[in-house]
Design a protein. Structure first.
Ligand SMILES: CC(=O)N[C@H]1[C@@H](OP(=O)(O)OP(=O)(O)OC[C@H]2O[C@@H](n3ccc(=O)[nH]c3=O)[C@H](O)[C@@H]2O)O[C@H](CO)[C@@H](O)[C@@H]1O
Ligand SMILES: C=C(OP(=O)(O)O)C(=O)O
Length: 432
């Protein structure tokens, strides 16, 4: 098992490039199954554990998947007859495996997918996905830990109102509707940039989708979709994570390949704390200052403040002066990292769906365990600003969503390394 060992107290400076977005590439790779002709070539694919997992899911469904991690490219041929079953071993590893359900139902008229169940951040039901499939004429049934959707003939276009703008439900319904008979309207749809990327990809395959990025999406079903070449958008959460890394070390970092329009809420909240942010020719420049001000934040669906930046922002808020309140409204249980921050001497307490911080905390290095992938990044960020050495374990969470995180931080000047727990390298760091 690996560990990241970070010694705090170094200002980060320099440039860092963000990868293609994890939350865009997973739905796009799942949606590639819609193509019954030609091959899909997906570019700017980040080399993440989740990408390997979705590739395995697609292969288990009999698609031909060629992965070229060094070229950041995946080529998928899904023109053959596809299997309809996504097994538990994949869905358990990665919830986004549920996103094959829409394409399979559209292509085969039948899909059987293991129920994802809960995870470290909440119960995460899929009722809104299923409500959409049902409205399009599918019959839903459950048994032996699987959910099945079955349609007699083709799916039919329908008007679907989502009770909550769920990202996954919007994506699954959009892919199912892309090959349905007639027009589907999704109301109260999710508006995340990753939804727009998916709609663009489907349109590049020959689909007819308008309105992605607004709360009403109109999908006119087509008879067939064909392979295309698609570039994945940059990862706004990875970019935000490096913005916090710059701010928490009072550093001066330029982030290249970020799309500022995708990050308005994060930029605005960092500026409210006193962090200086400017758009330069090279990218987004972040200059941290000390002291920074405490603020209040509430996570919301896009364009609100993203829940996937909540734990990283909490690390920064711990170093701010005054009282700050961070409220999580998207997931019911995304505060597992709070106890780990307390182990680092963070002055933080949970009250219902909010966390209250009285700062600045005098953060101290400690042994901590990542509880989900953003928590993994957040604990490392807190380590950058702590006195002494922090050791972060359970790094399989980090590997789901960050490419070479410690190497990128080291290139910016962080004192950080990743060791296997069997390694004696750690002893060298323990002397500091
Ligand atoms: C692979 C991917 O893109 N993951 C992202 C996606 O997850 P995901 O697509 O799972 O997130 P959703 O937007 O669907 O979930 C948001 C909330 O809605 C609830 N819900 C969702 C569906 C449903 O049918 N019923 C229901 O009650 C969930 O339990 C959760 O509380 O969006 C989340 C919210 O921005 C991000 O944190 C995840 O990083
Ligand atoms: C919660 C996340 O991802 P997933 O939906 O894949 O668990 C995330 O990216 O922070």
């Amino acid at each position: 098992m690996d560990k990241i060992i970070v010694k705090g107290g170094h200002k980060l400076t320099g440039k860092v490039k963000v990868e293609g977005a994890k939350n865009a590439v997973l739905p796009v790779l799942a949606a590639a199954l819609l193509a019954s002709e030609g091959k899909n070539v997906i570019r700017d694919v980040p080399t993440l554990a989740d990408v390997s997992t979705i590739n395995e899911v697609l292969r288990s469904l009999h698609a031909d998947v060629q992965y070229y991690p060094k070229q950041n490219e995946v080529i998928i041929d899904s023109s053959m007859e596809l299997s309809s079953e996504a097994q538990f071993e994949y869905v358990r590893k990665m919830r986004a495996s549920i996103l094959v359900m829409g394409p399979l139902l559209a292509r085969n008229g039948f899909a059987r997918v293991a129920l994802p169940g809960g995870c470290a951040i909440g119960s995460r039901p899929i009722d809104q996905h299923l409500k959409g499939f049902e409205a399009m004429g599918a019959e839903i049934s459950f048994g032996h830990g699987y959910v099945e959707a079955n349609v007699n003939g083709r799916l039919r276009g329908a008007k679907i109102y989502l009770d909550f703008p769920s990202v996954g439900a919007t994506e699954n319904i959009m892919t199912a509707a892309a090959l349905a008979d007639g027009v589907t309207i999704i109301e109260n749809a999710a508006k995340e940039p990753e939804i727009v990327d998916l709609a663009n990809f489907i349109n590049e395959m020959g689909g007819h989708i308008v309105g992605a990025g607004t709360d009403t999406i109109r999908i006119e079903g087509v008879a067939t979709l064909s392979g295309t070449v698609h570039h994945i958008i940059p990862d706004r959460i990875e970019a935000g994570t490096f913005m916090v890394a710059a701010a928490i070390t009072q550093g001066d970092v330029t982030i290249t390949n970020a799309v500022p329009e995708h990050m308005a809420a994060v930029i605005s909240k960092l500026e409210e704390m006193g962090v200086m942010i400017s758009e330069t020719e090279e990218g987004l420049r972040i200059q941290g200052i000390k002291p920074i001000r405490s603020i209040d934040i509430k996570t919301m669906p896009h364009p609100g403040f993203p829940t996937d930046m909540q734990s990283q922002m909490m690390a920064l808020m711990l170093t701010a002066t005054g009282t700050g309140v961070l409220t999580e409204t998207v997931f019911e249980n995304r505060f597992m990292h709070v106890e780990e921050f307390r182990r680092m001497n963070g002055n933080v307490k949970i009250e219902g769906r909010s966390v209250i911080m009285n700062g600045p905390s005098n953060l101290q290095g400690a042994e901590v365990a990542a509880t989900d992938l953003r928590a993994a990044a957040a604990l490392i960020l807190a380590g950058l600003a702590s006195e002494g050495v922090t050791r972060v374990t359970e790094l399989y969470h980090l590997d789901r969503g960050y490419v070479d995180f410690h190497l990128k931080l080291a290139a910016l000047g962080a004192d950080i390394e990743r060791v296997s727990t069997e390694s004696s390298d750690e002893k060298v760091m323990q002397t500091v």
